[in-house]
Design a protein around this ligand. Structure first.
Ligand SMILES: Nc1ncnc2c1ncn2[C@@H]1O[C@H](COP(=O)(O)OP(=O)(O)O)[C@@H](O)[C@H]1O
Ligand SMILES: [Mg+2]
Length: 245
């Protein structure tokens, strides 16, 4: 079983990317229940959630009007992400967890996750709470840059000394060209983008595998898994796609 788990709730797994600001409540509740059961077994966990039809949609809407995000654009994107965060926290709370929110626009100086301070998050972990962060919009000079939830997770995982790093996505794991589950992935080669789904402004599955490979340099158990497999992954079972450096 995982001792300290860092888990990314993919925006695609907790929202419907096809409609703006729509939450997949069933999926979110199932994920929250899996995390609650893991906590009851004595595990420690910190979470990061993605943007899905909230952040990615807000960014796409602005980028359809002009080519870059200005500093002022951080505001509506941040608000959109906060609306999703509240839904995530509510779901976790309803499953008996005690989540606390750590917005990157307050914890990070730039969109580089190395600029983030994870001390407040570690404080909450030590108090037995479940810290939650997310992908966010960070003003940088005249522009706004997006901090990817996947990148943030890798940095957070290393800050909290996570032995398990799990990326929850809509599919059951990384799929090959025939749509079959790849049991292990140890490089970006061979990972094919098979579905051009929706709008992921931070790079989709290829970027996710790249982040997972970086996480695997430090954590012993790194996986990309579907929501239905999360509980078993937290128990240390060989499910979804294992990512090995
Ligand atoms: N080879 C593949 N294996 C798994 N998922 C893939 C693959 N190619 C494309 N995808 C798509 O990438 C999604 C995961 O990346 P992303 O859209 O960034 O999700 P998230 O919102 O969870 O970050 C999957 O849900 C799927 O729609
Ligand atoms: Mg993504």
């Amino acid at each position: 079983m995982c001792r300290v788990a860092a888990v990314k709730l993919g925006g695609g797994a907790i929202t419907f990317k096809s409609a703006p600001e729509s939450v997949d409540e069933d999926s979110l509740q199932a994920i929250a229940a899996a995390i609650a059961s893991y906590r009851l077994s004595g595990g420690t966990v910190a979470l990061v959630h993605g943007g899905g039809s909230f952040g990615h949609y807000a960014v796409s809407r602005i980028l359809s009007e002009r080519s870059s995000l200005l500093a002022a654009d951080a505001s509506p994107v941040q608000l959109s992400m906060l609306r999703l965060s509240l839904r995530v926290l509510q779901a976790l709370l309803s499953q008996g967890l005690r989540p606390t929110l750590h917005p990157p626009h307050s914890l990070c100086y730039t969109a580089d996750p190395k600029s983030c301070s994870f001390e407040p998050l570690k404080r909450d972990l030590a108090a037995g709470l479940v810290p939650v962060s997310y992908g966010d919009a960070i003003p940088e000079g005249k522009l706004t840059r997006i901090i990817s939830g996947d990148d943030l997770l890798v940095e957070m995982a290393s800050a909290i000394g996570a032995d398990c790093v799990l990326f929850v996505i809509r599919e059951e794991g990384v799929l090959d060209e025939e749509g079959k589950l790849m049991k292990t992935v140890s490089s970006l080669e061979g990972v094919k983008v098979i579905k051009k789904e929706g709008f992921d402004v931070t790079g989709g599955i290829a970027k996710k595998v790249e982040s997972a490979l970086r996480a695997a340099e430090r954590a012993r158990n790194v996986r990309i898994v579907g929501a239905a497999l999360l509980q078993r992954a937290l128990m240390g079972e060989d499910v979804g796609t294992r990512v090995k450096a």
